[in-house]
Structures are given as C-alpha cells and as structure tokens.
Design a protein around this ligand. Structure first.
Ligand code: TMP
Length: 253
C-alpha cells in the first residue's frame, strides 16, 4: 500500500500519512530504547513481533467493545490506524508493584497490590515523562474531568482483558502503559486506545518461573529480547508453534 508523507518519528515507530484522510500508517521499527533513550539498541525482529502483538490485543479489545484506533495490519511491519489526537498522558495500570513504583515506595518487585492502581505521567521526553496528579491534568487542560472518567474506565477494562488473556497462557500481567486518543465523528468526540500494546509497554512475568517476557529483558540486560517477545507471541498463537524464525536463525530456538 502506498504510504504518504512521514508525519512523526518516535523511538519505536514511524507514522506516515495513510491512503485515506483520517488514516495513518504506523511502522514498527526494531529500535529499542530505555531510560528516556539513554540506552539504545536495534533488536532484530522486535518491530515485526510488536506489530503482530499490538494487532492481536487491539482486535481483542475491539471484540469486547473497547474502542481502539486500529483498522488493519498491512504487512509485517505496518498497520493502518485511525488518525487521532493523542492525549499527552501515559496511562499506567499496575496490579503488582514493580519498576518505578517499587523503587519509589521501597516495595519488593512482584508485591501484589490490593486493587489495580491507575496513574498518569505527562508525556514529555525532555522532562522524563513525570508522574502527575489528576489535578494537574485538569488544571493544565490536558484532559477534562469527563475525559478522565472515561480514561479510567477504559484503562480498567484494558487491564481486565489483558490480565485474563495473559493468565490464560501462563503469564502474569504486572503492569502496562497505554495511550488514549481523541477521534472526532462529526461533532462528537470519542476516546480510543491508541499507540501500541506490546511487551515494550507491559511487564509480563511467566507465572511458573517468574521469567521476564517484556522490555525489562532489554532494560536490565537479562537476555535476548526477541526470544522473550517470541515466547509471548507463540503462547498467544500469534506465531505458530513451529514458526520459521523471522529474524536470524540463532535468535529463536
Ligand atoms: P515504570 O514502572 O517504569 O513506571 O513503568 C510502568 C509501565 O509502563 C511498565 O509496564 C513499562 C511501561 N512504560 C512504558 O511503556 N513507557 C515508558 O516510557 C515507561 C517509563 C514505562
């Protein structure tokens, strides 16, 4: 499919104008970054896996009535999505303490929380995506109180869906991040899940062994990232069990 002009290049994806007005082609790169791009590498095959996995999760959400920006996958690395105005927040949902929460509160990683915790970071790389209280969100006009009610309900539905899907394949959903976009249908505004849902933006632990199957493998140098993501994809049936390696044969056993 012909894609149009480049609109934006981020750390893991490139966005191009789509074939119809209101559409965008989202291209998944192999680049991995962590700690606000202080750590960088190119991981063969990551983009292909995330394109597939994000398609899988977005389609599943659509099936249970959670609106997303996803329209269709175009090829190995590209998907067509609805163009939307991204609300400048990282919406983070946590079921178990890990990462920045574990550090901030001195909790052991993996401590179960008594209820899911939803928190918001302001999307600004130069500031390092600071955690912000909800009052800031209204005060600075990033989202209205009505938007925040809708965002909370979407975040919790995504959490229930992803937790269940992961539990079904022996994986514990520790936490994840989503982004929300506004789309306009005539005069009406709707909120949709946008960006991507992939092991780049979740923490996923094997229930039996505790093995990490997400981007912490890269952040913390715990092994081969493509192996970890392929394992998630295989368990979900997104990659057939005996899939031909999509990257260098040495990377996937
Ligand atoms: P944190 O514990 O580092 O705050 O991360 C919480 C969740 O958000 C975790 O699943 C990883 C995800 N995340 C992103 O997707 N992008 C980011 O830039 C950061 C910092 C975290």
């Amino acid at each position: 499919m012909a894609r149009g002009k480049k609109i934006y290049e981020g750390k893991a994806k490139v966005l191009y104008e789509g074939p119809e007005p209101g559409t965008i082609v989202q291209y998944f790169k192999d680049d991995a970054t962590a700690f606000n791009a202080e750590k960088k590498d190119v991981i063969d095959g990551k983009g292909v896996l995330n394109n597939r996995l994000s398609e899988f999760f977005m389609l599943g959400l659509g099936q249970i009535g959670v609106p997303t920006h996803f329209l269709k996958r175009l090829n190995m690395r590209e998907q067509l999505v609805r163009s939307c105005e991204i609300i400048p927040l990282e919406v983070i949902v946590r079921n178990f303490a890990a990462g920045s929460m574990a550090k901030r509160l001195g909790l052991e990683e993996g401590t179960q929380l008594s209820r899911p915790v939803v928190e918001y970071s302001y999307k600004d790389d130069a500031l390092g995506d600071p955690l912000v209280p909800e009052e800031y969100i209204a005060a600075f006009g990033w989202a209205s109180p009505q938007d925040m009610e809708d965002i909370l309900s979407i975040a919790l539905r995504v959490n229930d869906f992803l937790s269940g899907v992961m539990y079904g394949v022996g994986i514990k959903l520790i936490d994840f991040k989503i982004e929300i976009g506004r789309v306009y249908d005539g005069d009406f505004q709707r909120l949709v899940v946008a960006d991507e849902i992939s092991p780049d933006s979740c923490r996923l632990w094997d229930i039996e062994t505790g093995r990490k199957l997400d981007k912490d493998v890269f952040r913390r140098d715990l092994g081969n990232l493509t192996d970890a993501y392929s394992e998630v994809a295989r368990r979900l049936g997104v990659l057939p069990k005996n899939a031909t390696p999509i990257t260098k044969p040495t990377l996937i056993n």
